[in-house]
Write a protein that binds this ligand. Structure first.
Ligand code: PLP
Length: 386
């Protein structure tokens, strides 16, 4: 038998993938499991990728990405946050935000460190931290507080071993935004206690009702202690293009770039050219946010019409956590029975943060409205049958 390294063996299979795989084996399933937008990317962006391919712009780039793309990312970041960063030394282009966050953790976390993670959380964070021999320490947010992160809870989770605090605003899976005052308090703690912040802002363009999600990196002194992670996947509905980036202090970007050479060399070139067009061209992606805001309303009304279920009017992202506590079922039984009996796939809440979330299931509204309506009908039938 081949030896499997402990740092890989300790990584658990992804529960959402397991449900997705089970759903794939059944017929006529309405799949609300994956955070993969069903909308097309903007036309000019797709055309730019085709042009790059036809012009043979398909070779390796510098490890950190095309200089023109790094400039476009820095400009875009300045436009959206007001903060200036140096494109040559503070920006690295990666294979999705996923690789950006992996490289950031890989390059900063030592075995034995503690990494504080905003929960419920995107599962990769806990997995990668464990794989590095470090300990994830979760800061749970509560339904009665609209899943909003509380600075006092972050403070209570800190110890002398805290290396990094992972923030994800807007949050997957709750859709909650961290209010500016909370970011200010966490920034104070970061400066006082010396931990760094990984700020995953991948959903920052899917914010509804005129609200805004701020970047902690703009707060005084935080640019030098924060790794901002972002990418094209959600903002331009470009998940499969695998294009993300990190904005971080130069001394860290150079280390991440060195590691990138040893993993993937660079992000795919057609996707890099498409990203330049997405960020600098005449790109209208408002249809993506408008569509998800509309679906958010459909889901909010539909879930509230089902006795025993409720959910928040999620302020951002394309997820909502449906409160199933009144059904008397635990989350895993709920999702398995719903899948087997009514052919609707969702993910149990505890997958994103343990037993505190076993009264919830995550619904991703990445399907067309008529499929969502069908799912709502089936969920209503299921709840009635209990
Ligand atoms: N960060 C969060 C919080 C996510 O939910 C996801 C994808 O679901 C990612 C990062 C990964 O993004 P990308 O497709 O850019 O790798």
């Amino acid at each position: 038998m081949m030896h499997i390294a402990e740092r890989v063996d300790c990584v658990l299979p992804s529960p959402p993938r397991a449900i997705f795989d089970k759903a794939c084996k059944l017929t006529d399933v309405v799949d609300l499991t994956l955070g993969d937008p069903d909308l097309p990317p903007p036309l000019n962006v797709r055309e730019a990728a085709c042009r790059a391919i036809m012009a043979g712009k398909t070779r390796y780039s510098a490890n950190a990405g095309l200089p023109a793309l790094r400039r476009a990312i820095a400009m875009d970041y300045r436009r959206t946050t007001g903060r200036e960063v140096d494109p040559d030394s503070q920006v690295i282009v990666t294979v999705g935000a996923m690789e950006a966050s992996f490289l950031a953790l890989y390059s900063t976390v030592e075995p034995g460190d503690e990494v504080v993670i905003h929960a419920p959380y995107w599962i990769n964070y806990s997995q990668v931290v464990r794989s590095l021999g470090a300990t994830p320490v979760f800061v749970n947010t509560r339904p009665e507080q609209n899943f909003e992160l509380q600075a006092a809870d972050v403070e209570a989770a800190l110890s002398p071993k805290t290396r990094l605090v992972v923030l994800n605003s807007p949050n997957n899976p709750s859709g909650a935004i961290i209010p500016r005052q909370t970011l200010e308090r966490i920034a104070d703690l970061s400066r006082e206690r010396g931990f760094a912040v990984l700020s995953d802002e991948i959903y920052d363009s899917l914010v509804y009702d005129g609200q805004k999600s701020d970047s902690i990196a703009v707060l005084p002194g935080m640019g030098e202690r924060t790794i901002v992670v972002n990418g094209l996947s959600k903002r331009f509905a470009m998940t499969g293009w695998r294009l993300g980036w990190a904005i971080a202090p130069a001394e860290l970007v150079s280390q991440m770039t060195k590691m990138q050479e040893n993993i993937v060399a660079c992000a795919p070139l057609p996707a890099q050219h498409a990203a330049i067009e997405a960020l600098e061209g005449d790109t209208d992606n408002s249809y993506i946010r408008d569509e998800f805001q509309h679906r958010r309303d459909v889901i909010y009304q539909g879930i509230h019409a089902i006795p025993k279920l409720s959910c928040l009017k999620t302020p951002a992202t394309f997820y909502t956590l449906v409160d199933i506590r009144k059904t008397g079922l635990k989350d895993y039984d709920f999702v398995m029975r719903l899948l087997e009996e009514k052919r609707v796939a969702m993910v149990h809440g505890s997958a994103y943060g343990g037993p505190d979330y076993d009264g919830f299931v995550r619904l991703a509204f990445t399907m067309k409205e008529e499929r969502l309506m069908l799912a709502l009908e089936r969920i209503a039938d299921f709840v009635q049958s209990l």
